[in-house]
Design a protein around this ligand. Structure first.
Ligand code: NOJ
Length: 514
């Protein structure tokens, strides 16, 4: 990992919290920061030692808070800045860390910067966003908004039309209105974003998950401008907050790690083949045994080669943008999927609720820009009580409707059952934490790319062999030159080694000391 990486990332296991849907402590039907603080002991008991909190800032919520209207103020519905500071403190007291979601690529149309920028008269914010110099000219490289104010220009949007793109400049400006990265406007945007980071880091935040980190500089086909921009952000952090952890939503680790990020997310879209494992008609982790991990591993290996020594790739169990894993896999299949996820390099990210197989809630009307993502954002299910213990509000007042099924899973039942998915996730986290080779920085070598999936995790102290057979039928494999000595963990049924030949039951993951 790159030299600046904070030590705590070495064995970090993140729990992603969508604040709207975690725990509502004031009965208004929506989760809040105090709810997160109240559940820190729960998260710790599961074994996670770090939290990624989705955006919790003032916003009109046209994209669930990824449309920020004030970067330095907690949205009223979640509480206050003091509540967030108290969450940082409470986490630190427990040896845990909290990273916030930084959305540097765009703001909400309601951000005061944008309102000022829309004015026809030149002002301090005129260059904060990307405007053409005539309403009749579009932003050719991006979608744009036109006719929204008396300013004579079109303005670029970065995602939804309510999210105008901040101006960090163009790597290769081609038109008079395209500013260079070192023009005063783009430089001011950059400094403003440093102020945002400074504000939260001073308050006790431990770093950021950065939204659309690769999107900042425009006309930047090879990412060279965006990489340079992040290097400048990293230089600022090294000077003022050297322990700040930076994790990118970029999906091109060769670029993001060069930009100074410690870890880059493996994305569910683009060329990663991540969905082949968990989210397609025949996922690799299904007992049917018809899926394939070949292309996933080929792509993953290429990235590991490119990034070796510079940083890490982290693989989430899910997130607020994709279907719940439980949509395609049952609890037993998820146990095997977690045996894989929790023994991969880079910090694992567990999406709230995946530890109990929270289901994708079907047929929901979109809430706050969720669209088909809404079903993966439903409120956590804690107990068998009212609203599954999420909120004391009337059922129909919940932010998003919960799984209506009477047999919906809940935390209390899972914790009480020694054979539950929750218990298995807890046990696998314990296994990871007990073996440094399995943690963020241990190397990985895939020995096979089909059933059973075999890989070695290694560091200077130990080598662990993983043999994973998601399919229902038992199988065996001979791994020339490798002699497992001791079976140290299994999920599912059992496995045994005879010399270099390993026989493994169906729906089983086995780990051996080599
Ligand atoms: C990625 C976030 O994860 C997603 O939820 C959001 O809608 C877009 N970026 C835009 O910020």
């Amino acid at each position: 990992m790159n030299t600046h990486a904070p030590k705590w990332l070495d064995n970090a296991i993140f729990y992603e919290i969508y604040p709207q849907s975690f725990l509502d402590t004031d009965g208004d039907g929506i989760g809040n920061i105090r709810g997160v603080t109240e559940k820190l002991d729960y998260i710790k008991e599961l074994g996670c030692n770090a939290i990624w909190l989705n955006p919790c800032f003032a916003s009109p919520f046209t994209d669930a808070g990824y449309d920020v209207a004030d970067y330095c103020r907690v949205a009223e519905r979640y509480g206050t800045n003091e509540d967030l500071a108290a969450l940082f403190d409470a986490a630190h007291q427990r040896g845990m860390h909290v990273i916030l979601d930084l959305v540097p690529g765009h703001t909400s149309v309601e951000h005061p910067w944008f309102k000022a920028s829309m004015q026809p008269e030149k002002n301090e914010m005129s260059d904060r966003y990307i405007w053409t110099d005539s309403i009749w000219e579009s932003v050719d490289c991006l979608p744009c908004l036109r006719g929204i104010s008396q300013r004579d220009g079109s303005v670029a949007v970065n995602f939804f039309s309510t999210q105008p793109a901040l101006n960090y400049g163009f790597y290769q400006p081609e038109k008079p209105w395209q500013q260079a990265m070192d023009a005063p406007g783009p430089l001011a945007t950059r400094e403003a974003m440093k102020d945002v980071m400074r504000f939260w880091l001073q308050m006790g935040c431990d770093g950021f998950r950065v939204d659309m980190a690769g999107s900042l500089v425009k006309n930047d086909p090879d990412g060279l401008g965006t990489i340079a921009l992040w290097q400048d952000f990293r230089a600022f952090l090294d000077k003022e907050f050297p322990d700040a952890a930076m994790i990118s939503e970029w999906g091109e680790p060769d670029k993001s790690l060069l930009g100074g990020f410690h870890m880059d997310f493996l994305l569910q879209f683009g060329p990663s083949h991540y969905n082949d494992l968990f989210r397609c008609d025949e996922p690799f982790f299904s007992r049917r045994g018809k899926g394939s991990a070949k292309e996933f591993i080929a792509t993953y290996n290429k990235n590991v080669e490119k990034t070796n020594g510079k940083g890490l790739i982290c693989i989430p169990s899910g997130n607020h943008d994709m279907d719940r894993m439980a949509r395609r896999l049952d609890d037993d299949e998820m146990k095997i999927a977690f045996a894989f996820l929790l023994t991969m390099p880079g910090a694992p990210f567990l999406y709230y609720g995946d530890e109990i197989g929270l289901r994708h809630v079907e047929n929901l009307t979109s809430v706050e820009g969720g669209y088909d993502r809404t079903g993966a954002r439903s409120p956590m299910q804690w107990t068998k009580g009212l609203n599954a213990g999420f909120s004391s509000a009337p059922c129909n007042a919940l932010y998003i409707a919960q799984d209506p099924n009477p047999d919906r899973p809940d935390v209390a039942s899972h914790m009480a059952d020694r054979t539950s998915l929750w218990r298995e996730v807890q046990r696998l986290i314990g296994f990871r934490l007990a073996h440094s080779a399995l943690q963020s920085n241990g190397s990985i070598t895939f020995l096979t790319d089909s059933l059973p999936l075999c890989y070695l995790r290694r560091d200077e102290t130990e080598t662990i062999l993983a043999v994973i057979n998601p399919a229902a039928a038992p199988t065996s494999v001979t791994l020339d030159g490798i002699t497992p000595t001791k079976l140290c963990c299994t999920t599912g049924a059992s496995a045994e080694a005879d010399g270099s030949t390993i026989r493994i039951d169906g729906a089983t993951a086995a780990f051996f000391v080599v």
